[in-house]
Design a protein around this ligand. Structure first.
Ligand SMILES: C[S@@+](CC[C@H](N)C(=O)[O-])C[C@H]1O[C@@H](n2cnc3c(N)ncnc32)[C@H](O)[C@@H]1O
Length: 415
């Protein structure tokens, strides 16, 4: 084992590392000769042996844990044997990068990542608690994925990618998947010539496969008493409890004192209308809301899913362009309606970004409720909103992705 070395000479070597803290992306931070090393499959506080995978950069290196010399008291048997450190890092299954950490401590680490991002980028220190979804603790955070993508290797065998690579890994089980997904996942079959197999289990109608780019079918998801129709390959929240949790969170975080049902309320990045429905169900049939989504098939479904409301509509468009056009073409009456509006947004992982944040703030809405699956993109956008006079008033965070590093955050911003 080598303990020190120069840049570009250590790749493939095993080194001893003291792991100090957690970073964004499910990796921990250690130091070697004063240099930062991002290390996988470790826990802050541990001493590990790690294999250097990248030592070409001046500012930081990367490594994979191969054994543990001093274990954290939060270390547990990995919930997925295929992802454990007993396997060669090159063939460790990806997608369960926190599975070796006790579930409650996973949430503590997620809280740290969110708090650090908000402190560093937005200079605020709100109370942060990552809430568990009902039932997850009882099953160690397994059995929640209603959707899973398998990749097909050259022999036609499907499996997940190894962590941080495009190598397909052979696995016997999928512990993060729901029982219905695991039952139909064709792990021992062969699909020569295909690239992907999607396995999904909507809340209605049973589990199914999407083999390659086969024709889309429509599935039904139920949230409370409400049904949503969507394409089988279209976006839907992955944890079986996520849609209901986000519905309740958005309803909870909208300040009723600031909510005007007759204002030009917006649901940006609306998918098939889940959060527009959350707003309508909370504030009643008279609520006006427009859902904006770039996937036209999703918009068609949103229009159908929201059809019982006279005040709801769904439009196809990229938010950045749609909102720019709205800003330049709105009449004085429309501007007044937007100024009293509640704007819900649920962008993809990259967040809304400067252009969209500036356009939203430029509409002068009464409040903004932002649903975020990436804490760093959220913190960047919260900082942008703050510069435009919209401060963070309320925050809730949820463990929608147990045994992974991901978390979901919902915040309310207003002037
Ligand atoms: C995180 S999902 C949220 C969907 C919905 N709120 C839900 O919870 O089901 C983000 C959605 O934004 C859409 N999207 C991605 N980029 C977009 C853009 N630039 N403009 C509009 N929609 C976009 C995706 O197709 C996806 O449906």
């Amino acid at each position: 084992m080598r303990e020190t070395g120069r840049m570009g000479t250590l790749e493939g070597q095993d080194v001893e590392l003291d792991v100090t803290s957690i970073a964004h992306g499910g990796i921990s931070v250690a130091r070697l000769d004063g240099r930062v090393v991002f290390v996988t499959d470790a826990i802050p506080g541990e001493k590990v042996v790690a294999r250097i995978t990248d030592d070409r950069k001046k500012s930081f290196w990367r490594a994979d844990t191969v054994s543990v010399l001093e274990a954290s008291r939060y270390r547990q048997e990995h919930v997925w044997v295929a992802a454990s450190i007993d396997r060669d890092p090159a063939v460790r299954a990806g997608g369960a990068e926190f599975g070796h950490i006790a579930l409650a401590h996973q949430r503590t680490l997620k809280e740290q990542v969110l708090r650090d991002a908000l402190e560093r980028m937005a200079h605020i220190t709100p109370e942060v608690t990552v809430e568990a979804l009902p039932g997850d603790d009882e099953v160690s955070g397994t059995g929640w994925r209603t959707r899973i993508r398998l990749h097909v290797d050259d022999s036609g065998r499907p499996g997940p990618f190894a962590a941080r690579s495009h190598t397909v890994v052979a696995v016997d089980d999928l512990p993060l998947a729901t029982a219905a997904v695991e039952e139909v996942a064709p792990l021992d079959q062969r699909f020569p010539g295909e690239e992907t197999i999607d396995v999904l289990s909507p809340s209605e109608g049973g589990a199914r496969l999407i083999i390659g780019k086969q024709a889309r079918t429509v599935v039904t998801e139920k949230v409370g008493d409400r049904e949503f129709r969507l394409d089988d390959a279209g976006f839907w929240q992955v944890h079986h409890g996520a849609a209901a949790t986000l519905t309740a969170a958005v309803q909870d975080l909208i300040d009723p004192e600031r909510f005007d049902p007759r204002a030009a309320n917006l649901d940006l990045y609306g998918g098939v209308g889940l959060l527009a429905a959350a707003v309508g169900d909370r504030f009643g049939q008279a609520t006006r809301i427009t859902s904006v989504e770039s996937d036209s098939r999703a918009t068609d479904h949103a229009a159908e899913n929201l059809q019982e409301w006279i005040g709801a509509s769904a439009v196809t468009g990229r938010v950045e362009r749609w909102i720019r056009e709205l800003t330049s073409s709105a009449t004085a009456t429309e501007r007044a309606r937007l100024a009293g509006a509640t704007i819900v947004l649920d962008p993809p992982r990259s967040g809304a970004g400067k252009e969209v944040v500036e356009a939203i703030a430029g509409l002068d809405p009464a409040q903004v409720v932002y649903v975020a699956c990436d804490p760093v993109a959220l913190a960047r956008d919260v900082a942008l909103f703050a510069d435009l006079g919209y401060g963070l008033e309320a925050l809730r965070a949820f463990d929608l992705f147990p045994n992974t590093h991901h978390l979901e955050t919902v915040v309310r911003l207003s002037r």
